[in-house]
Design a protein around this ligand. Structure first.
Ligand code: NAD
Length: 262
């Protein structure tokens, strides 16, 4: 599917991987709706994107991905810009927590919050966006189609190799990877593809809290290119997924063959 002329809804679009993906799609001619928390940098980032003259529009839609009404309003904002064909789920949190930590047993609410945002929030966006996407006319390109659109989710290397202190995060990301294939098979009849990117460790604000030495040591766990991933590399894969009609139902690791753990 061509990116130009479409509308993309990107959650977590104010920061990190989501912000880079929104820019990549915007630069390729898509109008973008940045879905992020009200206190995020979404408003400023949309204004920054709009300062160029690409003919496309960037709009900030403040929303918590777990909130049905707010996500529906963001989907409506996307539909008002044109045919919603691209959804990228990047919103997420990585709150760590050992089950038997120094502060006592891990509170259930810590576990629930990670599952709510990373898994239930992703699913909430998928269900409401898909309902809008089925209303669009399918498009056909030289290579692919007809198709209505594509939904891209974000798992993590933790889905396959979770570390100590990541039971909630690993479970949430493993579940995002696991629902990719059943959703792709269900939505196939609606001409909508679903794919998931499972990043290794990327240089984003989520990782910025780690000390420099820890970041360098994590980079050395990447056999090649022996560094952390860059958000633009995630964005390039997201753009490729949009353009490649054969790519469906996959969870793709994007991690430089990282070796996790000791
Ligand atoms: P980030 O913290 O830079 O961006 C995440 C964005 O999600 C933030 O703007 C935040 O405000 C938003 N967000 C959080 N909770 C939200 C909610 N309830 N509703 C709406 N928006 C919400 O992080 P990032 O590194 O860009 O991460 C993007 C995605 O990639 C996340 O799902 C993360 O788990 C995943 N991931 C990141 C890495 C990495 O190394 N950076 C690795 C694997 C997976």
């Amino acid at each position: 599917m061509d990116i130009k002329g479409t509308v993309a809804l990107v959650t977590g679009g104010a920061s990190g991987l989501g912000a880079a993906t929104a820019k990549r799609l915007f630069d390729a001619g898509a109008s973008v709706v940045l879905v992020d928390l009200p206190q995020s940098a979404g408003e400023d980032y949309a204004a920054q994107l709009n300062s160029g003259d690409t003919g496309a529009r960037a709009v900030f839609a403040p929303a918590d991905v777990t909130n049905e009404a707010q996500v529906q309003a963001a989907v409506d904002a996307a539909v008002s810009l044109g045919p919603l064909r691209i959804v990228v789920n990047c919103a997420g949190i990585a709150t760590p927590g050992k089950v038997l930590g120094r502060e006592g047993v891990l509170p259930l609410e810590t576990f629930n919050k990670v599952i709510q945002i990373n898994l239930v929030g992703t699913f909430n966006v998928i269900r409401l966006a898909a309902a809008a996407m089925v209303e669009t006319e399918p498009v056909t390109t030289e290579l692919g189609g007809p198709e209505r659109g594509v939904i891209i989710n974000t798992a993590s290397v933790a889905a396959f190799e979770g570390q100590i202190g990541q039971p909630a995060y690993a479970a949430s990301k493993g579940a995002v990877a696991a629902m990719t294939l059943p959703l792709a098979r269900e939505f196939a009849r609606s001409l909508i593809r679903v794919a998931t990117i499972a990043p290794g460790i990327f240089e984003t604000p989520m990782m910025a809290g780690l000390p420099q030495a820890a970041q360098e040591s994590l980079g050395q766990q990447v056999p090649h290119p022996s560094r952390l991933g860059r958000a633009a590399e995630y964005a390039n894969l997201a753009a490729h997924i949009v353009e490649n009609a054969m790519l469906n139902g996959e969870t793709i690791r994007l991690d430089g063959a990282i070796r996790m753990g000791p």
